[in-house]
Design a protein around this ligand. Structure first.
Ligand code: NAP
Length: 486
């Protein structure tokens, strides 16, 4: 409990049922040593808990908590009547304790009617605080949580459990929830989707979030390892911008998710794999180059409420590469390795910036040819194996995942391709210096790491969302380096 307090928690929950079975009767010693106000909970096994004693004995432990004057007890809605009976039998008033009545569904989410019925029953049973926890099976279930919290007339805790519902926990303060739960230390979470107190406070800026704070987030699947929340929250924090940025795991219907979340206070999104194409359907306007690339990675909600999509990947990669060249891309012959999403962005970007010719080399030759066709007359597509040391390029840009951890001894091309003076870029940034970049450096090339692309695409997004403020590139770079263990 001291650790929770030191990390910034206001309240501690004593989960009697999560103590070792032999220890459960001794929860009082935990209570006696409290350094924070407490909620006492002894969750029934029929409601997903671990309580080992019989139902009346379980409820008597909560009645004892009331007798001791704890500020809050959590009782299952279904057990409310029996709990009140035992209070009456023992002549114990609820004068110093507020009653949290809770409802859990670990299998599925409730719909709006079911939530209304549960709330009605909780009101009827005299709850001071309502708590509803339901398993999110879709990211859209967060919308019901946000609406319920926003419209609640009684202090309410509502959680969509699981990674798909994680934002319902992280954004609890934004919607006026009575509280959100966090574990004391990472790895000790008591329910799926929870984070630890320090992460909630520091990374997700819990204390600086108000009811009108603009929200941002990265939509993707997976997103749990994304460096974007750390990078963009740090950027807002050091520049004093009001806003908070969340990871948003979305498995299906990205356009609907974007529309529904924008209607509930999201002011912008980053979009990563696999949503970059689908997200375009939700846009009212798409930036010209992004439309030609066929993918967006950034969304802004404009003042009139309409949505505009951008592609900041190409701007980021090209600006990082051009910074290392005299005369920029103009007139340069460029080799783009890879014809996936990032490959499209790099190839379109190179031509946009004035390259005289772009060769796309890809493992699957037909995809390179198709991309070259989309690019028009200044591009050609070949198979990766067709590259020889006879080819002569000014710039080489890799957008395949070859060389990424754990396969750090792989390179997508033979080192014979490199020569002095060439600029070589690798979109992979873990490791920072891939085998391809090491070999290029040995051959006298100027090298550019994918870290620069990552940091700059986030910086361009930040500046799209906050046009009056320059993105704190150094801070953002440091955050990513720290996450990569440097
Ligand atoms: P994608 O759409 O799935 O495309 C993957 C590309 O890599 C395809 O061209 C694929 O060739 C090729 N490829 C995959 N495995 C290969 C192998 N073993 N040998 C040869 N080629 C292989 O993915 P993406 O979105 O373009 O991302 C690609 C890479 O760029 C990832 O490593 C990603 O992390 C990185 N990236 C970095 C940034 C940044 O900010 N630094 C931004 C975006 C992406 P086939 O067509 O033959 O399958």
């Amino acid at each position: 409990m001291s650790a929770a307090k030191a990390a910034g928690a206001d309240l501690a929950e004593i989960r009697i049922d999560l103590l070792d079975p032999a220890e459960q009767p001794h929860w009082l010693s935990v209570f006696a040593a409290r350094v924070l106000p407490v909620i006492v909970t002894n969750r029934a096994s029929w409601e997903g808990g671990n309580a080992v004693n019989d139902e009346d004995a379980r409820l008597r432990s909560l009645v004892l908590a009331v007798k001791l004057g704890v500020p809050y007890v959590d009782v299952e809605l279904e057990a409310a009547e029996r709990f009140r009976e035992i209070l009456r039998e023992q002549g114990i008033p609820m004068s110093a304790t507020e009653l949290i009545l809770s409802h859990h569904n670990f299998d599925r989410a409730l719909d709006a009617d079911e939530v209304a019925r549960v709330q009605e029953r909780m009101r009827g049973a005299g709850a001071d605080i309502h708590k509803i926890a339901m398993m999110a099976t879709s990211a859209m279930h967060n919308a019901l949580v946000f609406d319920t919290l926003k419209n609640a007339r009684v202090p309410t805790i509502m959680i969509a459990m699981g990674e798909l519902g994680q934002v319902s926990r992280l954004a609890a303060a934004r919607f006026g929830a009575f509280l959100t739960f966090a574990s004391v230390t990472p790895g000790e979470e008591s329910a799926p989707g929870q984070v630890d107190v320090r992460t909630l406070m520091q990374l997700y800026r819990f204390r600086s979030v108000a009811l009108d704070t603009p929200m941002y987030g990265v939509i993707g699947n997976p997103v749990s390892h994304s460096a974007s929340p750390a990078t963009l929250n740090a950027a807002m924090s050091v520049t004093g911008k009001e806003g908070v940025y969340f990871p948003l795991k979305v498995e299906a219907d990205v356009p609907k998710f974007i529309r529904e979340m924008t209607a509930r206070g999201f002011a912008g999104f980053s979009v990563t794999i696999p949503g970059k194409l689908a997200a375009m359907e939700a846009m009212d306007q798409i930036d010209d180059v992004a439309r030609r690339i066929g993918a967006i990675n950034s969304v802004i909600k404009r003042k009139d409420g309409t949505l505009k999509g951008f592609n900041t990947d190409w701007v980021a990669a090209l600006s990082a590469v051009e910074e290392k060249m005299t005369g920029g891309m103009k007139g340069k012959r460029v080799l783009c390795i890879g014809a996936g999403g990032a490959g499209r962005a790099l190839a379109f970007g190179a031509l946009e910036r004035g390259a005289v010719h772009v060769t796309i080399a890809n493992r699957t030759k037909s995809k390179a040819e198709a991309l070259a066709k989309d690019l028009g007359g200044l591009a050609s597509g070949i198979g990766l194996e067709e590259l020889t040391d006879q080819n002569d390029f000014d710039v080489i840009m890799n957008s395949t995942s070859v060389g990424m951890i754990p396969r750090v001894d792989d390179s997508p091309v033979d080192k014979q391709l490199f020569h002095k003076g060439m600029v070589v870029f690798d979109a992979v940034y873990n490791p920072l210096k891939t085998k391809m970049l090491k070999e290029a450096e040995e051959a006298g090339c100027v090298i550019v790491s994918g870290l620069e692309m990552f940091v700059r695409q986030a910086a361009v997004q930040f500046e799209n969302w906050f046009p009056d403020t320059e993105a704190p590139l150094d801070t953002m770079r440091q955050v990513v380096l720290k996450r990569l263990g440097h």
